[in-house]
Design a protein around this ligand. Structure first.
Ligand SMILES: [Mn+2]
Length: 314
C-alpha cells in the first residue's frame, strides 16, 4: 500500500470512513471494504463508518458518533472529491483528511492526502488494490464489499472503465472465498412493483430528433409511485441504455430535499462530461451528472447534448 497511507493509519487510533451522499454500491462497497479490513488488521483502533443511508445498504448500520470525534480522527472520504456530493461539513474538522477517488473532478475541499486513480473502474478497485499490494489480510466481509462495489460500478464488468487490472483484483477477491452468487442474487433482483414502474418509466421516455433519450421525473411522478429520488435518478437512467438509435441519454429527477433537479447523463462513445461540468457537476467521460435549479435548465442541457451530437456527426 501507499506508504503515506500506512503511516497515517499507524499514527491514528481513531478513524472515520465516509463517502458521498446518496451512496451507490461503490460508495458502500469502498466504505465497508476499507472498514472491515481496518477492523481486522487493527483490532485496537476505533473505526467508524458515517454518512446518510438508503435502501442499498446491505452491510451494517452507520455509526452515530460525537461530532467532536472528527477533530481527533483520520478521516477518509471515498468515491468523491466534490463538496456538493458530501453531506454536512464535519469532515472540515478532520485532524487528517484523506481522499480516495476514481472520478475526473479536481477536489474543491481541503485535504491532507489524495489518492486519485481515474483509470480505476471503481473506488472499490482502488481500495482492493491498496490492500492487496500491502499484503494485508482481507477478511471475507471486506472482500465481499469490495467485489460488490466493483461489480456495481462496472455494470457487471461491462463498462469501458474495466481493465485487466479490474479482473486481476476481482480474481484475487474471489480467491478469498467470497460467495459471488449470493452477491449477484442480492444485486440483481427487484420487486414486481419496481419492475412495473420501470415499464411506466420506459414507456414515457422522450426523444430528440437526433436520438437523445431523456426523461423528466417531477415531484408528482415520485409522489404518485411513492418512490425516492435516488431510485429513479441513478436507478432508472440505464433503462434508456443499449438502444441502437440512442447514443446519449439523460435522466432528470426532482429532489425534494434540496428542491433541485438531479441530472444523470450517459453516453455510448461520445464524451459528455464537459456538459456536466458546465452545469457544476462532473464524473466520468461517459457517465456523469450535475444538478440544476429549474426544468428550463434541463432543456438547455438537452440542447447542449443535441448540439454535441450534431458536431460529432458533422
Ligand atoms: Mn464509484
Amino acid at each position: 500500500m501507499d506508504q503515506k497511507i500506512i503511516e497515517l493509519i499507524n499514527a491514528h487510533n481513531k478513524i472515520i470512513i465516509t463517502r458521498h451522499k446518496d451512496p451507490d454500491l461503490d460508495a458502500y462497497g469502498s466504505q465497508f471494504g476499507l472498514y472491515y479490513a481496518l477492523k481486522h488488521n487493527f483490532p485496537d483502533k476505533e473505526i467508524y463508518v458515517t454518512g446518510d443511508v438508503n435502501g442499498l445498504n446491505r452491510f451494517k448500520p452507520m455509526d452515530i458518533i460525537e461530532p467532536s470525534l472528527y477533530s481527533e480522527a483520520l478521516v477518509f472520504i471515498l468515491d468523491t472529491v466534490a463538496k456538493q456530493m458530501l453531506e454536512g461539513s464535519l469532515y472540515e474538522q478532520a485532524k487528517m483528511l484523506v481522499l480516495i477517488d476514481h472520478h475526473q473532478n479536481n477536489p474543491d475541499i481541503r485535504y491532507d492526502y489524495y489518492i486519485r486513480n481515474t483509470e480505476a473502474s471503481s473506488c472499490a478497485e482502488i481500495i482492493a488494490r491498496l490492500l492487496i499490494d500491502n499484503e494485508w489480510v482481507i477478511p471475507t466481509d471486506s472482500a465481499t464489499a469490495l467485489y460488490t462495489g466493483i461489480v456495481s460500478d462496472t455494470g457487471r464488468f461491462l463498462y469501458k472503465s474495466v481493465t485487466a487490472s479490474t479482473f486481476e483484483v476481482a480474481a484475487k477477491l474471489i480467491n478469498l472465498g467470497i460467495d459471488i452468487q449470493s452477491i449477484y442474487a442480492q444485486m440483481y433482483s427487484e420487486s414486481l412493483s419496481m419492475k412495473r414502474l420501470k415499464a411506466v418509466f420506459f414507456s414515457t421516455v422522450e426523444f430528440t430528433p437526433r436520438g437523445i433519450a431523456y426523461r423528466k421525473n417531477d415531484a408528482e411522478f415520485l409522489k404518485k409511485y411513492n418512490i425516492d429520488t435516488y431510485s429513479v435518478s441513478r436507478g432508472m437512467v440505464n433503462q434508456m441504455s443499449g438502444i441502437d438509435e440512442v447514443p446519449i441519454w439523460a435522466n432528470f429527477t426532482y429532489e425534494e430535499k434540496t428542491g433541485r433537479i438531479l441530472c444523470e447523463l450517459r453516453s455510448k462513445i461520445i464524451p459528455i462530461v464537459d456538459i456536466a461540468k458546465k452545469y457544476g457537476g462532473g464524473g466520468h467521460l461517459l457517465a456523469c451528472g450535475c444538478n440544476v435549479a429549474t426544468w428550463e435548465e434541463t432543456d438547455l442541457i438537452i440542447n447542449d447534448l443535441d448540439k454535441l451530437l450534431e458536431e460529432y456527426h458533422g
